[in-house]
Design a protein around this ligand. Structure first.
Ligand code: ADP
Ligand code: MG
Length: 671
């Protein structure tokens, strides 16, 4: 072993879970399922899998130990760290798997960190998860859909795999619920080792939490003792913007130590994510106080990643959350207030190494009256279409009887079944069709999978692969606060008369042509180079799947007259439920069957307002709008492609119905 190994070992042995190694291994020997609760930073994620490796390695026989993480960043970062701690090569003995990226080696990897979604995906092809002799579900308190379903599956697998060992870990646990769910399983509690954290509330509500956050960082920097700062914000753009501003202000403040902002969010490349663990910057001059790290992070730093040395936490009280309304089938990512449980976790991050302070940028009254106790599980606030399709594919006999920890609302479940039926993934008896099976093989939403499959019929597979890849990455368009106009102009240069899906295609094609000089090209066009690079990778993988199904990678020339029509038709085949048309009397768009009135999102490249449009995303802020919108040149295609959905007998009154009635009765050729 290297010197580094022993240096880290010394630190590892001081982590609280180390005291519980014997108990854990004993529980593992005597039980199929064990529960472990331990404060964030106690060493669960990095240490416990290593205990199991030591214990099980001689008996593994090509099987693996897998540890799930709800967040990609955590899976990547922890796998790297553990490889270093074990002094083995990363990507060989220890690796990770996340959607579209696999850093493991066949027959070599014995410990794998995986997103919960990816392990669930594996269960589709290997329902008993036979590759693993030990499954560790981590961060189960986050209650993501995938983890919740994995827990249910594991309950079904266990009697059929007596050799399998399962550990359910979490930071805080609704202990009673879990003990009841995994009846008879032992619970090991690792006491936390945290210092007191003083909580400071804003005296009056903040008008702008981003401004307030920057102000607070600067105040701490000027007035408080040394110690790093952790600031929670909601997303990449906000975070990058604040880091830029802090960096600028920090440089101006020459009488104070160096201020070093470090961003942390999921789409950051792994080597940049590692920066959160670096030492604080050196003093400006020898003898002066050391500099200060300011980690500006999404929710990732709440429980998934522990950063030592944090003394000050700034909590504006918001995070981005998926919200689903089954009544209008609309799912959206919204900035929402966090729960009290989250606020406690965030505050706890300040007391890792010594007593700390947490600045809540909201009032005490707001905490007491506006924040909910717990964030509801994702299962209760998401569109279940993907989940239900996966459960069918895994072969869960009766979905309504599946043992969910908290069953979703029957309404949401019914909606999912109905949607899958309209899409042709389930037949009228409720059985999975060949098409449904094929759709579930694609690691993208069912709508996108359907679009890809039907693009073969419309001879535009190549184009749809590019469009779907562009829809699968984070928003690639950069819009720096001080250069909004230039950015919008750059984007408009890719505009297309048909709309935004075509714009995405133009962006992709032009990017590929300029790939030899990608960095510069992206900068000039206000595109995120990482997002564009991942679009290329995603496209390669989707293309492989298309080829596996023996689809020809057909391509229409933009000069062919079918070009616009066929791409639109492919889009309709998956997104016929995300169609809007203008109401002639109000001039507003109405989403078909929802009677929801919406506007086109400001970012659209459409110059005029086509009567019929298909859209990718519904956004609800103070107003409702639809984003990534393309014209439907001929609404009769809807009747052709999705006759069941557009059946006049079930179509409610509204603008769409008026058009169809007219079509049926008035436009009949005269006898
Ligand atoms: P838990 O899962 O219980 O929250 P972890 O196992 O993630 O705890 O963390 C244990 C310790 O390992 C923490 O002190 C954390 O800071 C440290 N650690 C984790 N990843 C890294 C890394 N990449 N570099 C340095 N330290 C790390
Ligand atoms: Mg952890």
């Amino acid at each position: 072993y290297t010197e580094n190994y022993f240096k880290i070992l010394e630190k590892r042995e001081q982590l609280p879970v180390f005291q519980y190694k014997k108990d854990l291994l004993e529980a593992l020997r005597n039980n199929q399922v064990t529960l472990l609760v331990g404060e964030t930073g106690s060493g669960k994620t990095t240490q416990v899998p290593q205990f199991f490796v030591e214990e099980l390695k001689p008996h593994l026989k090509n099987k693996m130990i897998v540890c799930t993480q709800p967040r990609r960043v955590a899976a990547m970062s922890v796998a790297k760290r553990v490889a270093e701690e074990m002094d083995v090569e990363f990507g060989r003995e220890v690796g990770y798997t996340i959607r579209f990226d696999d850093f493991t080696t066949n027959n070599k990897t014995f410990l794998k960190y995986s997103t919960d979604g990816m392990l669930l995906r594996e269960a589709m092809f290997d329902p008993l998860l036979t590759k693993y002799s030990c499954i560790i579900l981590d961060e189960t308190h986050e209650r993501t859909c995938a983890t919740d379903i994995l827990m249910g599956l594991i309950k079904e697998i266990i009697p059929r795999r007596p050799d399998l060992r399962v550990l359910v870990m979490s930071a805080t646990l609704d202990t009673e619920r879990f003990l009841k769910y995994f009846e008879g399983s032992p619970l090991i509690k690792v006491p936390g080792r945290t210092f007191p954290v003083e909580i400071l509330y804003s005296e009056k509500p903040e008008l702008d939490y981003v401004d307030a956050a920057i102000r607070t960082v600067l105040q701490i920097h000027m007035k408080e003792d040394p110690g790093d700062i952790l600031l929670f914000l909601t997303g990449e753009e906000e975070i990058e913007d604040v880091c830029r501003k802090l960096s600028f202000r920090g440089n101006e403040m020459v009488d104070y130590p160096i201020l070093k902002p470090i961003p942390l969010y999921s789409s950051l490349p792994p080597n940049e994510q590692q920066r959160i663990f670096c030492d604080p910057p050196k003093p400006r001059e020898p003898g002066k106080p050391p500099g200060r790290k300011v980690i500006v992070s999404t929710n990732i730093a709440e429980t998934s990643l522990t950063i030592d040395g944090i003394v000050y936490v700034i909590d504006p009280g918001f995070c981005k959350q998926k919200i689903y309304n089954p009544r209008n089938r609309v799912e959206s990512l919204q900035v929402t207030p966090i729960s009290q449980a989250s606020a406690e976790q965030r505050a706890g991050r300040a007391g890792r190494t010594r007593p700390g302070k947490c600045y809540r940028l909201y009032t005490k009254e707001s905490y007491d009256t506006h924040l909910t106790k717990q964030t509801p599980p994702e299962m209760l606030r998401t569109n279940l279409t993907t989940v239900v399709l996966q459960l069918y594919r895994i072969g869960v006999a009766n979905i309504c009887k599946f043992h969910f920890m908290e069953p979703p609302a029957p309404e949401t479940m019914m909606r999912a079944l109905e949607i899958l039926n309209y899409m042709g993934a389930l037949d009228d008896e409720g059985d999975l069709t060949e098409l449904g099976k094929m759709m579930s093989d694609f690691p993208v939403d069912p709508q996108l999978a359907k679009v890809l499959i039907s693009s073969s019929k419309y001879k535009c597979v190549s184009q749809m692969l590019s469009i779907v890849s562009m829809l699968s990455i984070q928003n690639p368009f950069l819009r720096p606060a001080d250069k909004k106009k230039e950015a919008d102009r750059a984007r408009q240069a890719f505009a297309d008369v048909c709309g935004d899906h075509f714009l995405l295609l133009n962006v992709y094609d032009t990017y590929v042509k300029n790939q030899f000089d990608a960095k510069r090209w992206c900068r000039e066009n206000f595109l995120n180079p990482r997002a564009m690079a991942s679009a290329v990778r995603i496209r390669e993988q989707l293309e492989k799947i298309m080829k596996r199904f023996k689809f020809e990678i057909s391509e229409l020339s933009p000069l062919q007259k079918e070009f616009q029509n066929n791409i639109q038709k492919s889009l309709i085949s998956g997104f016929f439920m995300q169609v809007a048309c203008t109401n002639k009397s109000t001039g507003k768009y109405e989403i078909i069957k929802e009677n929801e009135k919406v506007d086109l999102h400001l970012s659209t490249c459409l110059q005029s307002k086509p009567t019929w449009v298909v859209f990718n995303e519904y956004i609800q802020t103070t107003t409702a709008s639809i984003r990534t919108v393309t014209e439907i040149s001929n609404y009769k295609w809807l009747l052709e492609i999705a006759p069941a959905y557009y059946d006049l007998d079930t179509l409610p009154a509204g603008a769409a119905r008026d058009y169809f009635i007219k079509e049926k009765y008035e436009n009949k050729p005269k006898a």
